[in-house]
Design a protein around this ligand. Structure first.
Ligand SMILES: [Zn+2]
Length: 436
């Protein structure tokens, strides 16, 4: 399941997957191959334009150029356009990486001739007839009819209510393992509408750090999530990438050994990514679960933009900036957002300015009171607290009153609960505070 918000921040979009089996491969294969040909045309045309005119062609230019191609006329016009849009997105990402100094990146390239490209049907590209999806192709071709099981458009929310969604996008993806197509999967994105969020209740604040996430609630609750396992997985992933890069740099690009190395890299990373994503999902699910249990109406996460900028300009040490850039905060925040939304909780971002250099209890400010090993020792009121918890409580104060300095905490803090990843149970469990 995935989520995205484009039109409204409380609009809930969820993707359901339906394995289709290999029997339908002959039906979908020509369409997916045509999409692949469009992609390759994009890559070829862009490379030509870049070589001759030293610029990347625009999206509209590419679309206009390919309108007359045979591959374009295989697909529904919106599906064909979607391929160009995806290509364009990939080019933008590549250019952004280049601008940020990642010169080792190469532009999106050609795919092998037989590659089954994911095909997207936008809203006008398909019809719904009961439990059957009618996926349109170009006007002259018969559409593909896809029967789905009963209840395909129903989603059960965490509180047990069933919501019927409206399909807004359909994708067909090939599952390939060791160069063999194992299955085709239909991804149906359902629009569940704008979810009502409750406006009264407690407020919780989250302070994301590389190895710790601190949580503070306006009822005085403090929680500390130890994410060392997650961080070490991410670090291990970087190490693996570096190792493969080193190995592949010594091989001739495109050679048989180079290709073997590349597929090994993809395989290893896929496995690792699955573990990382699973851990991230469990983490954000724990947050949403706690918020729901404590009647939280607003969850606040720190706005990390400022922090990342200072990391890039080298204001922090190299090691620290590496740490900051390692965890996928945006992804975590997005997951937290939609998990909260399913429980009627609103997620908001707020500035983290001064939250790490102010005492959450008395409001006195002094950056030097953040001691070694992440401990906050206030020189004014004598508060001793884990520094990230202090930051989370300040973020909460900032959200409630607009600023955290020169203001006392309006509620008493309870003793912090500490949560750790349990590898056997595959979830975060509460441990004694000393373990942190
Ligand atoms: Zn203090």
């Amino acid at each position: 399941m995935a989520w995205s918000d484009k039109s409204h921040p409380h609009r809930l979009l969820l993707t359901k997957q339906f394995p289709l089996g290999l029997e339908v491969l002959p039906v979908f294969q020509p369409v997916m191959l045509a999409a692949n040909r469009i992609w390759n045309s994009c890559a070829w045309h862009s490379r030509e334009t870049f070589g001759q005119e030293n610029r990347w062609p625009t999206e509209a230019e590419l679309k206009a150029k390919f309108k007359s191609f045979a591959a374009w006329r295989e697909l529904h016009s919106q599906s064909a356009q979607a391929v160009v849009e995806e290509y364009f997105e990939a080019v933008s990402a590549y250019r952004k990486h280049r601008e940020n100094g990642h010169l080792e990146m190469s532009p999106p390239g050609f795919k092998p001739k037989g590659h089954l490209r994911t095909v997207t049907w936008k809203r006008q590209g398909f019809d719904v007839e009961g439990n059957t999806l009618v996926l349109k192709l170009s006007r002259k071709k018969n559409p593909i009819r896809c029967a789905l099981p009963e209840g395909w458009n129903v989603v059960t929310l965490p509180d047990g209510t069933e919501v019927r969604g409206v399909p807004v996008e359909v994708k067909v993806k090939a599952v390939v393992r060791r160069r063999r197509v194992e299955n085709l999967v239909l991804h149906v994105t359902l629009d569940l509408g704008v979810v009502p969020v409750c406006r009264a209740g407690a407020v919780s604040a989250y302070d994301y750090n590389s190895a710790l996430v601190a949580r503070a609630v306006s009822n005085g609750r403090l929680d500390l999530f130890v994410c060392r396992e997650l961080l070490s997985l991410v670090q291990y992933r970087n190490k693996i990438i570096a190792g493969f890069q080193e190995k592949m740099s010594r091989l001739k690009e495109g050679s048989r050994r180079w290709k073997r190395c590349l597929s090994a890299k993809v395989r290893v990373l896929k496995r690792l990514d699955r573990r990382i994503r699973q851990m991230e999902h469990t983490l954000t699910k724990s947050f949403a679960g706690l918020d729901e249990a404590e009647d939280v109406a607003f969850a606040v996460v720190g706005n990390l933009r400022g922090l990342r900028c200072s990391a890039r300009t080298g204001m922090k040490g190299k090691k620290a900036s590496q740490k900051i850039n390692q965890m996928a905060y945006d992804r975590l925040r997005q997951e937290q957002h939609y998990k909260n939304l399913m429980r009627g909780i609103e997620t908001d971002t707020w500035t983290e300015r001064n939250t790490s250099s102010t005492c959450c209890l008395c409001g006195a400010r002094n950056p030097a009171w953040r001691r070694h090993r992440g401990l906050w020792v206030c020189g004014e009121c004598g508060l001793v607290l884990q520094a990230d918890l202090n930051g989370a409580a300040n973020l909460l104060k900032q959200y409630l009153f607009g600023g955290c300095a020169d203001r006392e905490l309006p509620f008493a803090l309870r003793e912090a609960r500490v949560w750790r990843w349990d590898g056997k149970l595959n979830r975060f469990v509460q441990v004694s505070p000393r373990a942190a």
